[in-house]
Design a protein around this ligand. Structure first.
Ligand code: ATP
Ligand code: MG
Length: 357
């Protein structure tokens, strides 16, 4: 059923292959919109390391206010070797996450048919889970400091901060995601045997959330053994919730077990919808292949699918996912990172044809 709606999307292609794959995602989203009876309008922002080199700013002072006017943000990749990582991170990505309260970082991990997992003999139905990472507090805080610099007695202190509000809301979001899935299971990543203040608190809030959502099964593992289970038993997992640090680790490990980073999608969600959510592929700007026209556009297209799903256009999202999967079945329509022979444009054309076809 066509919604007939129009969605305003802020697009930030960013640096490197971000500029090569975001246009493909836009074309794919447009094709799906035409097919399913809704429209998309795009405002493009040049926020990037390239802009930083020219102007000294990753984005303008009123940048956040500008993107707030949109229904969603579609971001490619930000980062380039000429600009230090902390500049691009603190000049763009972290302000966006924090000021738009994008507190849930969500990475679906699915072994698509036609993609080889680095784990031997894994079938698609055995790798299908979602990592939900707390995105705005926890271990990544600015609280701490250095003492006695340069002396034998030098000390570095870093505090982690877990609030009840911040912990409860990420737990509730993870349980809500689980509710929409078949297996209805949430696993918590913890380390309460070694981290004796924040992690026992995390465990308590997880148990409390479990009581609020009794229809969902739960389990928890310490982060060390959990990473081993991701590799040895990916089929155990449905929704996995982790703090900022543990979620960060798991949300890179997850896509790795499902094959190439060139296909992995991610979302930074403001679940209440007060602010626009932001959708970006897991991969970075890939300076080693940028400008060669060979980047895999699948991660960007899958990310666009998740964006459309978030906007309520579930059928269009399904169309994009089916189109992706169709192009992964033959070497001529997938890129080299997946063992194929296509360049970005050939893969893009195949995806668009599959959407229209
Ligand atoms: P970041 O620092 O932003 O997390 P990174 O520099 O660690 O990123 P990427 O830029 O994602 O990592 O690149 C890692 C490797 O994966 C590179 O060799 C890159 O060429 C490859 N890669 C990343 N994205 C793609 C893609 N879409 N298609 C093909 N190869 C890719
Ligand atoms: Mg990098």
């Amino acid at each position: 059923m066509a919604s007939g709606k129009t969605y305003k999307i802020a697009s930030i292609p960013g640096d490197g292959i971000g500029k090569e794959v975001i246009p493909v995602g836009q074309r794919a989203a447009e094709a799906a919109a035409a097919k399913h009876g809704f429209s998309l309008t795009w405002t493009e922002f040049d926020w990037s390391c390239e802009r930083y080199v020219e102007t000294g700013q990753m984005m303008p002072d009123d940048g956040i206010a500008q993107v707030k006017e949109h229904d969603a943000i579609y971001l490619g990749a930000v980062g380039w070797p000429t600009v230090e990582d902390h500049v691009s991170l603190w000049g763009l990505l972290i302000p966006l996450r924090r000021e738009l309260d994008l507190y849930a970082n969500v990475r679906p991990v699915r072994l698509l048919k036609g993609v080889q997992s680095p784990l031997a003999n894994r079938k698609p139905e055995e790798i299908d889970f979602i990592v939900v990472r707390e995105n705005v507090e926890g271990e990544y805080s600015e609280i701490g400091g250095r003492l006695y610099r340069g002396t034998e007695n030098e000390v570095a202190v870093q505090e982690a901060m877990f609030t009840r509000r911040g912990t409860d809301r990420i737990m509730d979001y993870a349980f809500k995601v689980a509710k929409q899935r078949k297996r209805k299971h949430v696993t918590s990543a913890t380390k309460s045997n070694g981290i004796v203040h924040t992690m026992p608190f995390w465990d308590e809030r997880f148990a409390a959330a479990g009581k609020r959502h009794p229809e969902i099964e739960t389990s928890q593992y310490h982060i060390d053994i959990l990473t081993a289970h991701f590799v040895q038993h990916p089929d155990w997992f449905d929704v996995v919730v982790g703090s900022n640090l543990f979620g960060d680790i798991l949300s890179d490990l997850g896509p790795a077990v499902a094959g190439s980073i060139g296909i992995a999608p991610a979302a930074n969600i403001n679940p209440e919808g007060v602010f626009p959510s932001m959708f970006e592929p897991v991969h970075g700007s890939a300076p080693d292949i940028a400008g060669k026209g060979i980047a895999n556009p699948v991660a960007a297209v899958w990310t666009a699918a998740i964006m459309l799903e978030h906007l309520g256009e579930t059928e269009a999202a399904k169309t994009l996912e089916a189109a992706i999967e169709a192009t992964l079945q033959a070497p001529e329509t997938k890129t080299a990172d997946l063992g194929g022979t296509a360049n970005t444009e050939q893969s893009a054309t195949a995806i668009i044809e599959a959407i229209n076809g």
